[in-house]
Design a protein around this ligand. Structure first.
Ligand SMILES: [Zn+2]
Length: 595
């Protein structure tokens, strides 16, 4: 057996050394960045026998980007695609929305594709180039050949003449050339091109680069040190780092607040003035903790559906509440662990999520498992009724992550936590089996660490919409959750007017506005015969049970409604210590909050 294995390995090495795999080299230029175009040249070489025989090759563009679960149709920005071989034009045609078929003679060994991509959307999921910098999310710019997805490819980047820096997680080959090991590596490695500021640090021998685009005023040393603290605390959850290097691409913008995780990098957009306030800065670090923790949770610890990806279709999973929600739980738990958030700040942030979901009527309609599955058509495509019909797998997942952590802490007398679930999944599924896990396997992993069956928990709170019995869990750490609004009796209409004005932007289910006939889009003309300038102020003069005569404009016509005000059901939960908590409860509290 040993000898045979040796021979096979020898044979494999020989073949792989001499057989040239079909290969793609991308040449990326941006000679007129102010026009928002990337110019792409794709050189496909070493065509295999099968491809030559069929006489055509299909080039595809992804329709979505991992981590952002919406079909974005990136091919919509592709223009002027032309194919050639040895300076001679080749026939090409589009065979569907994102596939270009290029025909060639069977003797062809290599061919070239040229096209332009309009890139004028500066989000973490799209691409952008202007006079100040270029940002490329490869999913939205580079075409690929599906049959060659396991082959390496190279990128030659030609920055605009006054730009000198390229930042990316891709392997650098020198002279602005980079290598992607395979399609997943290519698509999962955004690229920043410009004159960005570079900060750097080492984390246990792993070089980390922070590429800062955009004007912002911050202390380089402090920001570098704090990001390093975040990374150290995040690493301590699983205890191992999966990368050789890591790159943060940070866009400092007029308004921003979002990130997207990648294989060994992330793109984060932050508000450039946020560094100036303690809360704003903490929010930046929290975002960084979130994206960095994805290095483990979702990029390696992942549901089966989330890799290898199908870049042309939706990839469905019930588990975004775990992959995204528990990452949201960890983003602040990591800051607490790194002492970048106080105990009170952490509890306040956690309760914000609890209050958000418990005041959302959709929380009683959609489970987090359904919310995860339907991310593609609901979470990413909200409408005026979303608050009544959906729940965010981020917010509720973060709350559930906290509750599961408490469940494990109390069931194991503080010897284990959600960290152990992460560590177990990383070792068992990512390292040993090299695959993602199913819904059942995730539940089994949590049960294994907690040392108890959790069927009811998963049925009621993950796959169901029952209200979480918070105080059962908080009691174990000597705390109780109380509703500060329990004894209030403020009148309530249940209509929202986002962005000012008196046009209704949403209506809460079962509110007076909902039950008595007001609609989304109605514009309030008068109440009780008087024009209203400030509705909030007007409501302070009313009480529960008052009947309002509301006149609205709907579809160009005036309509009147009698609306009876009810008690505002809004909850305002806060955590309070239990008087006379036992030493066991107090000890678990300290363990819980790293005190
Ligand atoms: Zn995330």
């Amino acid at each position: 057996m040993k000898k045979l294995a040796f021979l096979l390995v020898g044979l494999f090495l020989t073949t792989s050394l001499f057989a040239q795999l079909p290969k793609i080299e991308y040449v990326i230029s941006m000679d007129e960045p102010h026009t928002h175009y990337f110019d792409i040249e794709v050189k496909a070489s070493h065509l295999d026998a099968k491809t030559k025989q069929q006489g055509f090759l299909d080039f595809k563009m992804a329709v979505w980007t991992p981590g952002s679960y919406l079909i974005r149709e990136y091919a919509k920005n592709v223009e002027a695609l032309k194919a050639s071989s040895a300076q001679k034009g080749l026939k090409s045609e589009k065979i569907n929305k994102n596939t270009w078929r290029v025909y060639f003679p069977t003797t062809t060994n290599e061919l070239t594709l040229n096209y332009k991509v309009y890139a004028n959307e500066l989000s973490v999921r799209t691409s952008f180039v202007d006079a100040s910098h270029g940002y490329m999310n490869p999913a939205s710019v580079l075409v690929y050949v599906n049959d060659w997805k396991n082959n390496p490819s190279t990128l030659q980047i030609k920055p605009y003449k006054t730009w000198s820096t390229i930042s990316t997680g891709l392997k650098a080959l020198g002279n602005n050339r980079f290598e992607a090991q395979n399609l997943d590596n290519l698509i999962d490695s955004p690229i920043e091109i410009g004159n960005q500021k570079i900060l750097s640090f080492n984390l246990k021998g792993i070089p980390h680069t922070v590429a800062m685009y955009g004007e912002a005023s911050f202390d380089d040393t402090k920001v570098t040190n704090d990001i390093q603290k975040v990374c150290e605390a995040a690493r301590s959850v699983v205890g191992e780092h999966p990368c050789k290097d890591y790159t943060f691409l940070i866009h400092n913008l007029a308004a921003g607040g979002g990130g997207l995780e990648h294989l060994n990098s992330t793109t984060c957009q932050v508000t450039r003035t946020a560094y100036q306030s303690a809360k704003g800065y903490q929010d930046i670090l929290s975002l960084i903790a979130h994206e960095y923790f994805h290095l483990w949770n979702v990029k390696r610890i992942r549901p089966k559906a989330l890799g290898p990806f199908d870049y042309e279709n939706e990839n469905y999973t019930h588990l975004l509440w775990f992959s995204e929600g528990c990452t949201s739980f960890y983003q602040n738990y990591i800051l607490r662990r790194a002492n970048l958030m106080t105990e009170q700040e952490y509890l306040t942030a956690y309760l914000e999520d609890v209050n958000f979901i418990e005041n959302q009527t959709g929380n009683q309609v959609q489970s987090v498992a359904e919310s995860s599955w339907d991310a593609w058509i609901k979470y990413y495509r909200p409408n005026e009724n979303s608050r009544n019909s959906t729940v965010s797998y981020y917010d509720k997942g973060a709350v559930l992550g906290g509750i599961l952590n408490l469940e494990i802490l109390r069931s194991t007398q503080g010897t284990k936590s959600l960290d152990d679930v992460m560590r177990y999944l990383y070792k068992e599924y990512y390292q040993k089996l090299g695959r993602g896990f199913s819904d059942e396997e995730l539940q089994k992993a949590v049960e294994f660490i907690a040392g108890k069956k959790l069927d009811t928990f998963f049925q009621k709170y993950i796959f169901g919409t029952e209200t979480i019995p918070y105080n059962e869990y908080f009691a174990s750490v000597g705390m109780t959750m109380v509703d500060k609004n329990a004894n209030t009796n403020t009148p309530y209409l249940g209509a929202e007017f986002r962005g000012g004005g008196l046009k209704i932007t949403s209506i809460q289910r079962n509110s007076p506005a909902y039950n008595d006939g007001l609609n989304y889009g109605d514009e309030i003309i008068s109440i009780d015969g008087a024009k209203i300038e400030d509705l909030a102020k007007f409501m302070t003069t009313k009480k529960v049970g008052d009947v309002l005569d509301i006149k609205v404009k709907r579809d160009g016509l005036e309509k009147s409604f009698k609306v009876t005000l009810t008690r505002n059901p809004k909850k305002d939960f806060a955590l309070e210590p239990i008087v006379g908590a036992t030493p066991t409860q107090l000890a678990l509290y300290k363990k819980w909050l790293f005190l």
